[in-house]
Design a protein around this ligand. Structure first.
Ligand code: KIV
Ligand code: ZN
Length: 385
């Protein structure tokens, strides 16, 4: 089974979510939880972006022992020097340098020719290599870049000493097939590519970040980047919990695994939601409040008989104690009886039917029927006995 390294960027790309601003204490608390979750690498921030981020990265780099810590840098020497000052005390100093390679970014944002971009990337990697053993280089907007130019620049940055090559789908533009084919093309056209680990970094603008990341795994990448709860710029980054659980549940298909402690997922998700102020949608895959909730009578009857009828993930796998049978207008008698027993009422079948009918009438009037409502109906019926 191939091991996929998990590169968490919740504290860098995740913090780039509109309206999110974490202080150094909150960043450290999240970093410690990411270490418990078992991420291989965490990107703690962008040290040159602000004094606050520099301090946060430095504190995290010294405190975290079981994950590798990295920080983002542009291709200039100043960014690389600042990153070194923040990261030099980490167990395994690692830098992440990026530069855009797409015609759109090179023309309008960088105002540089492809040759100038290549030269800048190569000299930055060479310079960083004098300090860092691990140098990751990212071709920003790789999926809208010319693939022959990508092949050329990758060949040169690998010669300059890059150890990881990341191909970000910066604007969430690619599709699973196309992204997979890009990795295949580069494996065939970059002669020294086997010297590095390939990495995928996906954004969710078209809702395909998880699918694109999984396709990259099918096409041989050894590292996946993303955030917890999928937070990040615009529509966010690939949600790491979705990718890790998909690999676990579909080991038969992907033949690849992570070493994340999956039962830390729910707690990590809740902590990040609390500290960033970004609520997790109830129907979010894996970590949403409804991910293990069953409402319809047919589904409830199924899971009461055998959970695997409607649950492909056990709640325990991600650290949730049990599934939930939610009683609403689609619910059936079996789940209602179960709820009555849980609330301490063992009524005769006739009485139970009468309360069930009353409950159904109530669901047409009330949007949410609570346990208290059901308790009141059951208690009334019991007193009649
Ligand atoms: O999406 C992106 O291109 C990035 C890079 C800085 C790696 O986050
Ligand atoms: Zn990104």
């Amino acid at each position: 089974m191939r091991k996929i390294n998990i590169f968490d960027t919740t504290l860098r790309d995740g913090e780039q979510s509109a309206g999110v601003n974490l202080n150094a204490i909150e960043k450290l608390e999240i970093a410690k939880q990411l270490e418990r979750l078992g991420v291989d690498i965490m990107e703690a921030g962008f040290p040159a972006s602000s004094q606050g981020d520099f301090q946060a990265v430095k504190t995290i780099a010294s405190a975290i022992k079981n994950s590798s810590v990295t920080g983002l840098a542009r291709t200039n020497k100043k960014d690389i020097d600042i990153a070194w000052d923040a990261l030099k005390y980490s167990q395994e100093p690692r830098i992440h340098i990026f530069l855009a390679t797409s015609p759109i970014h090179m023309t309008y944002k960088l105002r540089k020719t492809p040759d100038e971009v290549l030269e800048s990337a190569v000299s930055a990697v060479k310079y960083a290599k004098q300090k860092f053993t691990h140098v990751q280089w990212s071709a920003e907007d790789a999926t809208r870049s010319d693939k022959w130019f990508l092949a050329r620049i990758l060949t040169e940055v690998i010669k300059a000493g890059a150890t990881v090559i990341n191909l970000p789908d910066t604007v969430g533009y690619t599709t699973p097939k196309e992204y997979g084919e890009l990795f295949t093309f580069l494996k065939e056209n970059v002669p020294n590519i086997s010297e590095v680990t390939l990495s995928a970094h996906c954004h969710d603008d078209l809702g395909m970040a998880t699918a694109n990341s999984l396709s990259a795994i099918e096409h041989g990448v050894g590292q996946i980047e993303g955030t917890i709860n999928g937070i990040g710029e615009r529509a966010g980054n690939a949600a790491l919990e979705e990718i890790a659980v998909a690999l676990h549940i579909r080991q038969d298909f992907y033949q690849a695994k992570t070493t994340l402690k999956l039962d830390e997922i729910k707690h990590t998700s809740q902590l990040i939601s609390k500290l960033t102020g970004m609520a997790v949608p109830a129907n979010k895959a894996v970590v949403g409040a409804n991910a293990f909730a069953h409402e319809s009578g047919i589904h409830q009857d199924g899971v009461l008989k055998e959970k695997t009828t409607y649950e492909i993930i056990t709640p325990e796998l991600i650290g949730v104690s049990s599934n939930r049978l939610v009683l609403g207008k689609h619910s059936g008698r079996h789940a209602f009886k179960q709820k009555a027993l849980e609330l301490g009422f063992d009524l005769s079948p006739e009485k139970l039917k009468e309360v069930f009918d009353a409950f159904k009438a109530l669901t047409d009037k009330k949007k949410e029927v609570t346990d208290d409502d059901i308790f009141a109906l059951l208690a009334d019926k019991q007193t009649e006995q």
